[in-house]
Design a protein around this ligand. Structure first.
Ligand SMILES: Cc1ncc(COP(=O)(O)O)c(C=O)c1O
Length: 403
């Protein structure tokens, strides 16, 4: 019997969020060493609980989730999403334009499979949440990265984007608000990206899973609302806003001129049907969740956990000379830079050494396709005191660390 070899596609796949360094953390835990795991944006793992509205809807509706539902999702769930996105400014959304799946992760895969032929390119941000580069590879295409500029609060560099468009480019991806930088792109920036997309005849994919997790009253407009004349695929989900990552509940909404988007919607319908339907249990809660904006907002206002955790992180970082950062305005991530004088040459080695020495797990910047070994992502989900202490520990480690 020959050894089983992986496909060429798999050679490109990497997920450092749950990769070798994470596996070492699990080993340490099995040996009885407690590890502070700051690698995944998974609020339920840090004592956050789902809102009562969601629990109630799930328990009351459970019998309705027994059969396969419409491959695109339960009509009442899609109707609630139609109302939500219409309220966000998307024009002419019908429930036929909405596809519910097992998380944005599954929908990203379907979108990439629909759009990319072998060798096609998807233009995406750098740093980049690895879901999207992996989805592009699995679909037989490849990611091409445009720079987000740390000096400009991590805004996408539209000139870099323009330079990287080739005849193989099939779409431009925006992640707004962004993971891992926690930044929100304002309407004028999104309009600049849209002008480029319009000029080059490209659709925009807008991953807006963090649109309900914005702090400091920073203005946000959904991309599809700003550019109704362009094909836009908007992705969103309940994992973060309603603390139900494990439910696997996300969706895609296709807007723009019907003649330009009909084929894409056919593809999404076919792919939805191939896996029969998304998890119906999670769809039961969508109408109640979309009405319950208060529980999410409470986490993001002064006194709320996500807000206070970010503030604690910033207070700790302000004491450190070895780390620079741009203050996040949304979600629960930060993507700081390690000072050049520390001279990190291999950021995976740094993350592993930190884990062994301080028992803190983070994700090195290279896990987000960042080209230099000088950044890392921290998940700001532990209680404020713990977040504060962990960052000071990282600072202490760096001050004594040389590679
Ligand atoms: C930008 C972004 N998109 C999508 C996802 C995946 O979400 P889901 O749980 O809906 O698959 C995440 C999860 O961290 C994310 O950060």
């Amino acid at each position: 019997m020959r050894t089983i070899e992986s496909s060429d596609k798999m050679k490109q796949i990497h997920s450092d969020i749950r990769g070798p360094i994470y596996r070492r953390a699990l080993e340490m835990e099995q040996q009885g060493i407690p590890v502070l795991k700051l690698n995944t944006g998974n609020p339920g793992a840090f004592g956050f609980t789902m809102p009562d509205s969601v629990r109630k809807a799930l328990l009351e509706g459970v019998d309705r989730a027994v059969a396969y539902c419409d491959p695109r999702g339960m009509p009442e769930a899609r109707d609630a999403l139609r109302a939500y996105h219409t309220n966000q400014g998307l024009q002419g959304v019908r429930i036929e334009d909405i596809f519910i799946g097992n998380g944005v992760s599954e929908m990203a895969q379907m979108v990439c499979t629909s759009l990319l032929s072998a060798g096609d390119e998807l233009l995406m941000p750098m740093p980049s949440y690895s879901l999207w580069s992996n989805a592009a590879y699995l679909a037989g295409g490849k990611p091409v990265f445009y720079l987000c500029d740390e000096q400009a609060d991590w805004a996408p560099d539209v000139r870099d984007m323009a330079r990287k468009i080739t005849p193989r480019t099939r779409a431009i991806l925006l992640i707004n608000p962004n993971n891992p930088t926690g930044q929100v792109y304002g309407p004028s920036l999104v309009e600049q990206v849209a002008a480029l997309a319009r000029e080059r005849g490209l659709p925009i994919i807008s991953d807006e899973i963090y649109d309900r997790l914005i702090m400091d009253h920073v203005p946000f407009r959904s991309t599809g609302a700003l550019v109704p004349d362009l094909p836009v695929i908007t992705l969103n989900g309940l994992s973060k806003s309603h603390v139900v990552c494990g439910f696997r509940c996300g969706w895609a909404v296709v807007t723009g001129p019907a003649a330009l988007t009909a084929e894409l919607k056919d593809c999404l319908m076919k792919l939805s049907a191939l896996r029969l339907c998304g998890n119906a249990l999670t769809q039961l809660v969508i109408p109640a969740a979309m009405k319950d904006t208060a529980s999410t907002r409470a986490m993001l206002s002064p006194g709320g956990r996500i807000y206070e955790q970010r503030e604690a992180a910033v207070r700790a970082l302000d004491q450190l000379d070895c780390i620079r950062y741009v203050k996040p305005r949304a979600a629960f991530y930060i993507f700081p830079k390690i000072a050049d004088r520390i001279r990190i040459r291999d950021d995976r080695r740094f993350a592993l050494d930190l884990l062994e020495r301080k028992h803190i797990l983070l994700v090195p910047g290279s896990g987000f396709d960042w080209p230099d070994p000088d950044h890392f992502r921290l998940v700001l989900l532990p209680e404020p005191e713990e977040t504060y202490r962990a960052i000071l520990e990282i600072g202490d480690f760096l001050e004594h660390y040389r590679q």
